[in-house]
Design a protein around this ligand. Structure first.
Ligand code: URA
Length: 194
């Protein structure tokens, strides 16, 4: 008989939230344990870290639309805990439909991608590399996209100096996002054709 495998149970989809016409949309990876229980994005440890970044960047959380690339918490059991598992690219792609809906409704001027999964989802490019984009702004489909670390990365970094640097990358990224609200991205190039 085949060995029984533990099945990862998800409880609920966690929707994005924020002002209907927020000028900045932050995209994370997926809800965590606490977000899954609360049904709300960024209410756990990563959200608390994000609050410190908002404060340092002088940005008010209530003005931002917060969402995730993947809407369910993916986890595996580890004793009594539910341990986060990185979503597969096919899961990111499957959830992209919902992110597109949010983008179409909110129409943010600037998207801030938090970490690699968010970046891949926002650019619809499974090969996009976080290291190439960190702290930078690019134009994508008529919007600005700024990429910073995911707050959970900062929570995991063991040494103080790297943690401090990563925190600053996030703060500077959010300051840049605010500056870009004053700048119009180039219109997408007109498609050729006869
Ligand atoms: N990490 C995320 O990417 N999103 C959340 O909502 C919480 C933790």
């Amino acid at each position: 008989m085949p060995a029984l495998r533990a099945v990862a149970v998800r409880y609920q989809a966690v929707p994005g939230a924020g002002p209907k016409k927020a000028p900045i949309m932050l995209v994370g990876e997926q809800p965590g344990d606490q977000e899954d229980l609360a049904g709300e994005a960024f209410v756990g440890p990563a959200g608390k870290l994000l609050d410190r970044v908002f404060e340092a960047a002088q940005l008010e959380r209530r003005t931002i639309y917060l969402t995730n690339a993947v809407k369910h918490f993916k986890w595996e059991p580890r004793g009594k805990r539910r341990l986060h598992k990185t979503p597969a690219q096919r899961e990111v792609e499957a959830c992209h439909y919902w992110l597109e809906k949010e983008l179409a409704a909110v129409k943010p001027k600037v998207i801030v991608a938090l970490g690699a999964t968010a970046l891949k989802s926002v650019l619809r490019d499974g090969k996009a590399k976080l290291g190439d984009m960190l702290g930078k702004a690019i134009e994508h489909e008529g919007r600005w996209v700024v990429t910073v670390y995911h707050p959970s990365y900062i929570l995991r970094v063991p040494d103080e100096e790297t943690r401090h640097q990563a925190f600053n990358v996030m703060v500077e990224g959010l300051k840049l996002a605010q500056q870009l609200l004053e700048r119009q991205p180039e219109e997408p190039a007109a498609q050729g054709g006869s």
